[in-house]
Design a protein around this ligand. Structure first.
Ligand code: ATP
Ligand code: MG
Length: 564
């Protein structure tokens, strides 16, 4: 393509609202523009890169037997009421006057088709996929296309007659995902993950290490343990029991509100201090006990509690329920609350906690003896340096970007939508489902996050919109124009995708800057100096390395550099 006729609106300045490198560079290199918060228009160069990623997705999904669909983005609201997902916070955008919702994912529509047409175990298994626009009511769209309210997803769904079948389809997807991200040139890793709003029994996320990421993961320095912080555990031991076991006793703690203040007041470590956190779960007040300064993990809490909204109790509500303020709540004498505790507190005694009376605490609490507990769960957030749950080496906690997510859904949606089949003995059974997603924009943005420098993008040859960027240094020099045109034709005829900077209106320096900003893998520079010896220069964008090659040998030289 001739740059003089191509729409690539580059920007010299870094747009002030773009903070992370991929967002800045996608704007500066003219790949996209933001229409409104979380909604982007892809311009020709950006869309070309996305199509490269989409091609890889298609090939790898077809290779595991996926069949491509195109499902509607507009869905009747009633379908989402059936699966109880209509009112999940921050998920669904809707068109109220027609009772329609914009689908954030497609389990519902897949279930609807399966309910109509899958009849017997002989119709299974199936892998259905699509590459289609998704809509989500993201509360804080930021980081450019990494978190859009509208984005393109490759989503697939597996339908099986058994859990063993689901395991097979899940493994096939995990393998396909590895191939997709390897082929895309991404440096990625896989973590155990929470199933969140999807529900289901198992899930893994494909992650890219990045400070720009909104996910946090714990990874072992020594073994392969890696998990999203939403589910990560550590080998940190429980606090166990102490030998003396005296009766509970209230004592005054004037102006003590926090665990740190209590530790200072008692001149002790925080270990035997039980922190109380108060929530509501589906309207029931809930007291959660944790060790000292351990942080409550809301994802783990939601998973432990199951269905129903979970939210912190506000101060006024708490005061009217207990008569006390936040820093003085505890399990002794607390009425009308369900009480659960973190696993580290399992059967512990000798604990100190709030007395449900301001400025007072209670000591010698024995959870076995004194508290009616509704169970112990892993509820705390893992901290860096804690021992790996698998091998004991220290854990690292770092930010990451989620590029793909695979779920074993099980029968949650097939049951809700009545998607059943007749098994070999003629019994009706719910279809066992899996669901698998990859964000197309995230592939592109993650590649740019991992591959750029201060001058611009450094595309790998797989995702690059063009393999070669020809720079004709001067369009006023006849020979340069002639050879640049010949080179453009020869490379294009050889099937190589070329962007040809044939602009007469800008200086050579300006063109070189743009070539670095746009970041195609090879730059072919046609200039007077080289042409004196009938040579042109090839610059590798990634390394800056330059090679002079004979002007008539450019196709072979480019081919061999691209095949490395
Ligand atoms: P996140 O935790 O980042 O919000 P999610 O868990 O909601 O993502 P999934 O429902 O698992 O995402 O969607 C599958 C894939 O779709 C994700 O792995 C990601 O690549 C992509 N994706 C999800 N939400 C967005 C978004 N708002 N913008 C761009 N891509 C997204
Ligand atoms: Mg996810």
């Amino acid at each position: 393509m001739r740059l003089s006729k191509t729409f690539i609106p580059t920007l010299k300045e870094i747009p002030s609202d773009a903070v992370i490198p991929s967002h800045q560079l996608m704007l500066r290199a003219g790949l996209m523009r933001q229409l409104t918060a979380g909604v982007y228009a892809y311009l020709p160069l950006g869309y070309k890169a996305m199509l490269k990623a989409i091609q890889i997705l298609r090939e790898e999904m077809d290779a595991i037997g996926g069949q491509e669909f195109h499902l509607p983005a507009l869905n009747p609201e009633s379908l989402w009421i059936k699966t109880k997902r209509r009112h999940i916070p921050n998920l669904i955008l809707s068109i109220k006057e027609r009772d329609l919702v914009l689908a954030p994912t497609h389990e519902e529509v897949v279930g609807w088709i399966a309910a109509m047409h899958i009849q017997s175990y002989k119709d299974l298994p199936q892998i259905w996929y699509q590459i289609q626009t998704k809509f989500r009511n993201e509360p804080r769209p930021r980081s450019g296309v990494l978190r859009g309210r509208q984005f393109i997803m490759k989503d697939s769904y597996s339908l099986d007659a058994s859990w063993e079948g689901l395991d097979e389809r899940y493994e096939a997807h995990a393998e396909a995902y590895r191939r997709i991200f390897r082929r895309s040139g991404l440096d990625f890793f896989v973590v155990g993950a929470s199933s969140g709003a999807m529900g289901g029994s198992g899930s893994q996320e494909f992650m890219v290490d990045s400070e720009s990421g909104e996910d946090t993961v714990a990874r072992c320095k020594q073994c392969s343990y890696a998990a999203n912080l939403e589910v990560a555990t550590s080998g940190l031991a429980g606090i166990g029991r102490v030998p003396e076991n005296n009766p509970v006793k209230e004592f005054p703690t004037p102006n003590v509100r926090t665990i740190d203040e209590l530790a200072t007041f008692l001149k002790t470590t925080d270990e035997r201090l039980a922190k109380s956190v108060v929530y509501r779960h589906a309207d029931t007040p809930l007291l959660i006990l944790l060790v000292g300064n351990d942080q409550l993990n809301e994802s783990k809490l939601s998973a432990a509690l199951g269905e129903g909204a979970v939210r912190p109790i506000d101060a006024g509500e708490l005061k009217s329920l207990t008569g006390a303020d936040g820093g003085s709540i505890g399990p002794i004498g607390l009425k009308g609350f369900r009480i659960i505790a973190d696993k580290r507190l399992e059967n512990a005694n000798g604990l100190i906690s709030g007395a449900n009376r301001n400025d007072h605490h209670v000591r010698n609490i024995d959870l076995q003896r004194d508290v009616h507990l509704d169970g112990y769960h892993d509820l705390r957030t893992v901290l860096p340096g804690e021992p790996c749950p698998t091998c004991g080496a220290p854990l690292i906690v770092a930010n990451a970007i989620e590029i793909g997510h695979i779920f074993k859904l099980g029968t949650k949606y097939s049951e809700a939508l009545n998607a059943t089949f007749l098994d070999e003995s003629g019994q009706s059974q719910p279809i066992v489902m899996g669901s698998y997603g990859i964000g197309v924009e995230r592939i592109i943005a993650c590649h740019i996050e991992q591959s750029h420098d201060e001058h611009g993008i450094i595309w790998n040859k797989v995702l690059a919109p063009f393999a070669v960027h020809i720079v004709a240094a001067s369009m006023n020099n006849k020979e340069t124009v002639l050879v640049a045109n010949q080179t453009y034709r020869a490379l294009s005829d050889a099937g190589i995708e070329v962007l040809f900077d044939d602009r007469a209106s800008v200086t050579a320096g300006f063109k070189f800057k743009d070539a670095d900003l746009l970041g195609m893998p090879l730059q072919v520079i046609v200039g007077e100096r080289g042409l004196k010896e009938k040579k042109i220069e090839i610059k590798r964008r990634a390394t800056g390395e330059r090679t002079m090659v004979p002007a008539d040998g450019v196709v072979n030289a480019v081919r061999s550099m691209l095949s490395e």
